[in-house]
Ligand binder design. Sequence first.
Ligand code: SAH
Ligand code: F3S
Length: 440
Amino acid sequence: MSKKVFVKSFGCQMNEYDSEKIEDILGSKNNLSQTDTPEDADLIVLNTCSVREKAEIKLFSDLGRYRKLKETRPHMQIAVGGCVASQEGKEIIKRAPFVDAVFGPQTLHRLPELINLREVTGKPQIDISFPEIEKFDNLPTSKSKHPSAMVSIMEGCSKYCSFCVVPYTRGEEISRPLDDIITEIIQLTLQGASEIILLGQNVNGYRGAMSNGKIANFASLIEYISEIEEVKRIRFTTSHPNEMNDHLIDCFGNIKKLANHLHLPIQSGSDRVLMAMKRNYTTLEYKSIIKKLRRKLPNISLTTDIIIGFPTETTNDFDLTKKLFAELEFDYSFSFIYSKRPGTPAAYLKDDTIDEIKLERLHEIQSLNIKQGEAYTKKMIGTTQRVLIDHFSKKKPGILLGKTDNNRIIEFKQSKDLLNKFVNVKVTKILGKTLVGELI
Ligand code: SAH
Ligand code: F3S
């Protein structure tokens, strides 16, 4: 019987993508098959996140549990990867000596070797270096047969927002060459993908080498991908306001395959706070981007990230955030209470807002989320939506479920076997959180 690996992913979509790659490479190089139960595993891999403190605490509490499991299965190995690994390195082994290997987001392709070395040397192995773009050249081609496929186009971030650890844990921005990305996408379409999700910390900062020696920007990359017949919808995450140039905004008007949705983190509605965050844009600049975008696509769904209780944030600053959130009619926000991250410039600022107030602010934003999301959903009644059909309903026979461009789930009666295909569906009503529609 082949040995098994259990991979647990924390945090962002980049980590989910990396976890898939970890499974692929361990399958091809170490002949490990996947399992969903840690109790069956010969190797447990924790792909961690350190963007907020809570995620880090979670890692060590999980490790405590797996340590007990390891006592009953002594041959079992434990590897820790991702951003906490990158940040803490050998401290992880100090704190949890039963861990066998520590690797970073840029060295996940070396995990098979680290595991083997652990066995040969009898010592825990650590590699959290940043060997440029080596990672992508060493990963097996994805075997994913899913209609919706993730493709990483760049790694790292060079923006250094004052609150964020990502530039330190994932390294500086590096873009993959254009041809490599296109080749991977074509391969994925041959395996059945029709929706492509482009991933990176700042995808619109993409600057990839082309075979003619020139550099392609993100808008050109989208144009190239849209030429691939089998690709029916293109999504991307995440983008930065400073890289939203006119070429990219034009794509939203010209390329029908681009989803009618944009996730563009704003972080705060106060210019003073934005400056302290080192975001390098003002609210006016952000608003101007949205205005141009809505001129191209009036009903585009806009989602964002907001940090609540950044050091020095006053009630007035927060009121400005709420006001802007309503004014820009955001569809949804991923809102987080500020978490002090060691080594970042903001960690030196005085954080004088009490937790209770931060929590109150979070709840206020969350109720705005619900209100504005519902308003947007209501506006969708009567419209025709492009839907990728995901699965059959388990509870309602003959009902298919799929996702719209703006990630709403929609259900409708099956007329033929449309699973994994794109169809146009007219929205007829809302049922709780789900939309109901008719196939056109
Ligand atoms: N461009 C990246 C940003 C990574 S962090 C991406 O979206 O993948 C994702 C979000 O986490 C940020 O937009 C920010 O809103 C939030 N975040 C980052 N550092 C944080 C911190 N120290 N405290 C609270 N939230 C934080
Ligand atoms: Fe973090 Fe700012 Fe980059 S939020 S990932 S440093 S754009």
